[in-house]
Design a protein around this ligand. Structure first.
Ligand code: PXL
Length: 274
């Protein structure tokens, strides 16, 4: 029978180094047993030391990729990663509204681990006004959440307020990731559509190999949702997957290495109802 196998798509940039971007998403989809597809919106020449060049994909070719997938496959969930600029954000939003790709997970990627910008600052408003209102889940880290709400996030109360502000922009569910903080325990705050909230917490792992962490986390949520898991369980599974992918190292490159997509779920992650 056609199209019964669970299919998902990442709408993202290519990381030639294989640790982040669409490559991290596709590896995560494979590890989580869903069939992964990709719509490339930008290409990076990149390794673990940094981003050496960026090449954007023309809108007509982004349209063509959407049409190719929409005309053949049954995609049950989608995610976005690097979107480069306003033109790309708008092209993705217009296409997404025309197709039926299921829930949309928006990882608002802004800068690469080494500091190279992956989103033009002018695109932040477009993300807020046009992309977040059609998103099911948004997964900013602390610096991204600060850019989106326009203020500093210093405390747990600030994280809770940031999630509420983002939900008011139209995204149904918000995860504020705490990994860019400094505490030994990393806490993420999750605000769900029905107003309930919870925290996840896990030990910080001292490592330079965290390239592609956000991509891997959001790709895992996408995979679990596509399999029919409820959102809360999908988020907890993704937190266990990324904890494992950071804690069970692989050794690739000389800089910020990738996470391990072969890793087993790390059950040390705790869930605290808010
Ligand atoms: O990890 C965020 C990210 C997403 N997409 C691409 C990237 C990166 C980080 O480097 O290169 C293409």
């Amino acid at each position: 029978m056609s199209n019964e196998t669970i299919q998902v798509v990442t709408i993202a940039g290519s990381d030639s180094g294989g640790g982040a971007g669409a490559q991290a998403d596709l590896k995560t989809f494979q590890a989580r047993q869903v069939f992964g597809m990709s719509i490339f919106v930008a290409l990076t020449a990149q390794n673990t030391l940094g981003v050496q060049a960026v090449h954007e994909v023309p809108s007509a070719f982004i349209d063509a990729q959407f049409q190719s997938l929409a005309s053949d496959f049954h995609i049950r969930a989608a995610k976005t990663g690097m979107l480069a600029d306003s033109r790309v954000v708008r092209t993705v939003v217009e296409n997404y509204k025309k197709v039926n790709f299921g829930p949309l997970i928006v990882d608002p990627v802004m800068i690469a681990k080494g500091g190279h910008p992956l989103l033009q600052p002018e695109a932040i408003e477009t993300i807020k006004k046009e992309l977040l209102p059609i998103a099911t889940v948004c997964t900013p880290n602390l610096p991204e959440a600060e850019e989106l709400i326009g203020k500093k996030i210093l405390t747990e109360t600030d994280m809770m307020q940031a999630a509420a502000i983002l939900q008011n922009l139209g995204v149904k569910n918000v995860i504020i990731k705490g990994g860019h903080g400094t505490l030994d325990i990393v806490k993420d705050f999750v605000l769900l559509e029905d107003g309930t909230a919870f925290w996840t917490e896990a030990k910080r792992i001292k490592t330079a190999s965290t390239h592609g962490t956000g991509d891997t986390f959001s790709a895992c949520i996408t995979a679990e949702l596509a399999k029919g898991q409820p959102l809360k369980e999908s988020i907890i599974t993704a937190r266990k997957f990324i904890q494992g992918a950071i804690a069970q190292p692989i050794y690739v490159g000389n800089g910020h290495g990738p996470t391990n997509h072969w890793a087993k779920l790390d059950d040390s992650v705790r869930v605290i109802e808010a």
